[in-house]
Design a protein around this ligand. Structure first.
Ligand SMILES: Nc1ncnc2c1ncn2[C@@H]1O[C@H](COP(=O)(O)OP(=O)(O)O)[C@@H](O)[C@H]1O
Ligand code: SF4
Ligand SMILES: [Mg+2]
Length: 374
């Protein structure tokens, strides 16, 4: 009797939770589909993509649809990455950088994620609506990801060597001895001392910097053409961060890999990236060559972001901060999303769409861009 009473109370409790838990309604606890859902009323991109680019993203829109709310996490985002080029994607937390990166390989969890417009072309082939088999062949092979937390990427119960060999053997039929040799040489390439022995280490036996090096080696196992690195140095201390950035720079120059580097730190962009795209509330607000953007930011948001970077030797003065918070992407204001925080905002900024236009040799999404200092 006690057993039946306990079981029925448990089942009743589970039923009540299933009916009332908001996370279940949002789809957060359901098993996601293997590739992000494409909206049936999809808006194809109007403009042609750049045929020479490794990755060409054109007017991409990714949304999260939760009950009646639509979160426009990525809204008309366009950028190209040339072979061997490093593009930095920078913006505050919540600006849509990770969702953009995950959309490329259809890794945004659906539900609730939906790609509702635009185009993504990898080496000229459109990935929108591509079969799961096509995406699976590219993932970890021609396109590799490095995430912020290597402990979340590496399986805690397997030795790092086994995990690297598995990544090779899933995509290529080679003898295990060859896969082993390739894994060791990659651990050496990312400057892990005593690589053959480290193959037998478990992730928890390595330090944070070493683990991130293993994650980078794992991204390189199948000679990718594109690496998407989502804040790979944010969890590391400054010295290790410097070493990992130098390593990524060396690898992309020696192996001609293109890199999409996501960060919230302009200091990191300055060290590594050829070009930079600044993102705010799901849109790219400025794109240009790193040195030019750093020298003369055109968008008021870019200018503020650069002013927030601490500088050695600048003295004791207060660091600038951007007042206010970014808007929630399911209730974007009309006009410019930055208007509430912008010191240059005028009445024209609060109505109608702001069009992207060329200003001082780069794309800017602002009615009143900053003028270059003389
Ligand atoms: N699973 C989700 N459900 C609803 N909204 C989400 C989900 N994941 C991300 N978002 C929203 O998408 C926006 C962009 O997030 P993200 O790309 O992770 O930002 P970041 O620039 O910090 O990487 C944020 O406003 C976030 O709240
Ligand atoms: S459009 Fe207006 S509010 Fe928006 S960034 Fe430019 S000046 Fe500021
Ligand atoms: Mg992120």
């Amino acid at each position: 009797m006690i057993f039946f009473i306990v079981m029925s109370i448990n089942l009743l409790g589970d039923g009540v939770r299933d009916a009332l838990d908001p996370r279940l309604k949002s789809g957060a606890l359901t098993r996601p589909q293997p590739a992000t859902k494409i909206d049936p009323t999809f808006n194809a991109a109007k403009e042609e993509s750049n045929p020479d680019a490794v990755l060409s993203v054109n007017a991409l829109e990714t949304q999260f649809r939760i009950a009646k709310r639509v979160y426009r996490a990525v809204n008309q985002v366009s950028f190209d990455i040339a072979p061997g080029e490093c593009l930095g994607l920078i913006g505050e937390s919540g600006s849509g950088k990770s969702v953009t990166a995950l959309s490329v390989m259809g890794l945004v969890a659906s539900p609730p994620g939906v790609i509702s417009g635009g185009d993504i072309r990898f080496k000229g082939d459109s990935l929108i609506g591509a079969s799961y088999e096509t995406l699976r062949k590219l993932r970890g092979n021609d396109v590799a990801y490095i995430f912020q937390d290597p402990l979340a990427t590496l399986h805690p119960l397997f030795r790092v060597g086994e995990q690297m060999m598995e990544a090779i053997l899933v995509h290529e039929k080679v003898p295990p001895a060859d896969a082993h040799a390739r894994a060791v040489s990659l651990l050496e390439a990312v400057h892990i001392p005593n690589a053959p022995e480290r193959m037998n280490a478990f992730p928890h036996e390595l330090s944070g910097g070493m683990r991130q090096r293993v994650a980078i080696a794992m991204a390189l196992v199948n000679n990718p053409s594109l690496i998407i690195a989502d804040e790979p140095t944010t969890a590391l201390d400054v010295t290790v961060q410097g070493q990992i950035l130098a390593l990524l720079d060396e690898l992309r120059r020696t192996r001609n890999v293109s890199v999409l580097f996501i960060t919230h730190d302009f200091g990191v962009v300055a060290q590594l990236c050829d070009r930079v795209a600044v993102m705010y509330a799901g849109k790219i607000v400025e794109t240009g060559k790193t040195a030019e953007v750093l020298d003369a930011p055109a968008h008021p948001y870019t200018k503020k972001l650069i002013a927030c970077v601490p500088e050695l030797g600048r003295g004791k003065g207060d660091l600038e901060a951007i007042p206010g918070l970014p808007p929630v992407v399911d209730k974007l204001p009309p006009g410019c999303a930055f208007a509430a925080r912008c010191s240059k905002a005028k009445a024209a900024c609060e109505t109608g769409d702001v069009a992207c236009h060329q200003h001082a040799g780069r794309m800017v999404l602002c009615h009143f861009p900053e003028e270059k200092r003389v």
